[in-house]
Design a protein around this ligand. Structure first.
Ligand SMILES: [Zn+2]
Length: 154
């Protein structure tokens, strides 16, 4: 097969700072993550389904949810992918190192799947149903980046 040299064209530099509200439930979630390194979900009073991250209304029952519950921090891989083709990360403007894993994780006690990166140090351990735990950043900002990634527990 012919070797192809991929060309990267830079479109220039643009900075557009912005702020947005994550809402009351999102604020509670990120506050707990930042200050206590805990995952907060919310339970439906009708069907008992636990949503993570928390949301105000149950998608099945259409009732307001107010019961916050701690879930995780460990969980199980529901599904995943390993990305091997490099691209420019829109968050950094630089090429994201490959390979990296991305998955949907069912935190213990939750009924929904939580999306995040998965460490691919040992790809043979990454499987649907594998147990994982979060690796937190030392830099606490109260954002999803307070979690660096999830790693498979031996
Ligand atoms: Zn419900």
């Amino acid at each position: 097969m012919e070797n192809i040299e991929y060309i990267i064209i830079e479109s220039g530099k643009a900075i557009q700072p912005f702020n947005y509200s994550v809402g009351m439930y999102g604020s509670k979630f990120f506050h707990e993550l930042k200050n206590n390194r805990k995952f907060l979900g919310v339970r439906c009073p009708k069907c008992k389904k636990v949503y993570v991250p928390p949301r105000r209304v149950c998608a099945d029952c259409f009732v307001e949810m107010k019961e916050f519950v701690e879930v995780g921090p460990k969980g199980t891989i529901g599904t995943f992918t390993i990305l091997r083709f490099a691209f420019i990360d829109p968050e950094t403007g630089t090429q994201k190192p490959i390979p990296y894993g991305y998955g949907f994780i069912k935190l213990d006690g939750a009924d929904t799947l939580f999306q995040h990166y998965i460490d691919v140090h040992d790809e043979s351990k990454i499987k649907i149903g594998a147990r994982v735990e979060p690796v937190f950043s030392d830099d606490k900002k109260g954002t999803i980046k307070d979690i660096l990634y999830f790693r498979v527990i031996d």
